[in-house]
Design a protein around this ligand. Structure first.
Ligand SMILES: Cc1cc2nc3c(=O)[nH]c(=O)nc-3n(C[C@H](O)[C@H](O)[C@H](O)COP(=O)(O)O)c2cc1C
Length: 255
C-alpha cells in the first residue's frame, strides 16, 4: 500500500516520524524560522518570491474561496511610504521586500462563481454546484444592515433542533471579517515558512498604521490588512533575542 503522506516512496506504509523524509525538512524550516528584524542588502530573486507566493496560496482555505490578496511594495516611492506606515521599524526599513497580506470580505460571491467556472472536472458535479450556489450563499448573504441575519439565525436554530449540528453562518460584517482574516493568516504563515525554506527570512508585523497603508494601496472598507511582512536575507545581527515559548501543556487540552 502506498503512503498518501509520502507519495514518492511507495515502500513506506505509515506516516510516522521514522517514515516521512519530509519531517526533517519541515522541522528544520519551522525550527530555524525566527522573526528577523535586520536584513542584508541581498535581494530576493523574483522566481523565489513567486514560488513563496505560490506556496502561500496552497494554504488551506474555506471552500477554496481564497479571500486573500498580497501586495508587494515594489516601487521605491511606495516602499518608502510603506516603511513609514510600519512606523519605521527595522524589520521594514532593512527588508529586501515589504509585503502587505490582505483579507477581503467582499469577494466570496465572485469566488464562488469562479469555483464553478474553474472546477477541475467537467461537468461540475451537482453537489458542487449546489454547494457554491446555495450553501455558500446562505453562509454569507446578510443583506443591507444584516436584514437577512435574523432569518438565518432562526433557520439555523431550527436545523439544530430538528436535524442536527449545523455550522453557524455569518451574521455580521465582523463574522465575515474573522472568516477572511483566519483564511488569510494561514496563507501568511505559509509565505513565512516558504521564505525560510528558500533560505530567506521574514518578520510578521502587526505594528503598522492600517489607515495609512490602506490609503497607500487604495484599499476599501472590504480590505483588511492582516499583517505586513518584511522579508530578506538574515543579517548577522538580525535576531534580537533567544526564542522561547511557554510550557506546551498550558495550551494543550486532551479532552
Ligand atoms: C501577528 C504578528 C504581529 C507581529 N508584529 C510585530 C511587529 O510589529 N514588529 C516586530 O518586530 N515583530 C512583530 N511580530 C513578531 C513577534 O514579535 C515574534 O513572532 C515573537 O516575538 C516570537 O519570536 P519568533 O517569531 O522569533 O519566534 C509579530 C508577529 C505576529 C505573528
Amino acid at each position: 500500500m502506498s503512503n498518501p503522506a509520502n507519495p514518492t516512496d511507495p515502500k513506506t506504509d505509515l506516516a510516522t516520524p521514522n517514515h516521512t523524509p519530509q519531517l526533517d525538512a519541515f522541522t528544520q524550516v519551522v525550527e530555524s524560522r525566527r522573526s528577523v528584524r535586520k536584513f542584508t542588502d541581498t535581494p530576493i530573486p523574483d522566481e523565489v518570491l513567486d514560488d513563496c507566493l505560490r506556496l502561500a496560496m496552497l494554504a488551506p482555505n474555506s471552500s477554496t474561496l481564497q479571500p486573500w490578496e498580497v501586495y508587494v511594495l515594489d516601487s521605491a516611492a511606495n516602499r518608502e511610504k510603506a516603511n513609514k506606515s510600519a512606523m519605521g521599524q527595522n524589520a521594514a526599513n532593512t527588508a529586501a521586500l515589504v509585503i502587505a497580506v490582505v483579507a477581503r470580505t467582499d469577494t466570496w460571491d465572485e469566488r464562488a462563481k469562479q469555483n464553478l467556472r474553474e472546477f477541475p472536472s467537467s461537468p461540475v458535479p451537482k453537489k458542487v454546484q449546489n454547494y457554491y450556489t446555495k450553501v455558500v450563499a446562505l453562509d454569507f448573504v446578510r443583506g443591507p444592515a444584516n436584514v437577512a441575519s435574523a432569518a438565518k439565525w432562526g433557520l439555523t436554530q431550527a436545523v439544530r433542533t430538528f436535524k442536527g449540528p449545523m455550522k453557524s453562518p455569518y451574521y455580521t460584517f465582523e463574522d465575515v471579517k474573522n472568516w477572511a482574516t483566519n483564511n488569510t493568516a494561514l496563507a501568511a504563515e505559509n509565505l513565512i515558512l516558504a521564505l525560510r525554506a528558500h533560505g530567506f527570512d521574514s518578520c510578521a508585523m502587526g505594528g503598522f498604521d492600517e489607515p495609512a497603508l490602506k490609503k497607500l494601496l487604495n484599499l476599501t472598507d472590504d480590505h483588511h490588512v492582516v499583517m505586513m511582512i518584511g522579508a530578506g536575507e538574515r543579517s548577522e545581527k538580525g535576531i534580537y533575542s533567544e526564542q522561547y515559548r511557554f510550557d506546551f501543556n498550558e495550551f494543550v487540552f486532551r479532552v
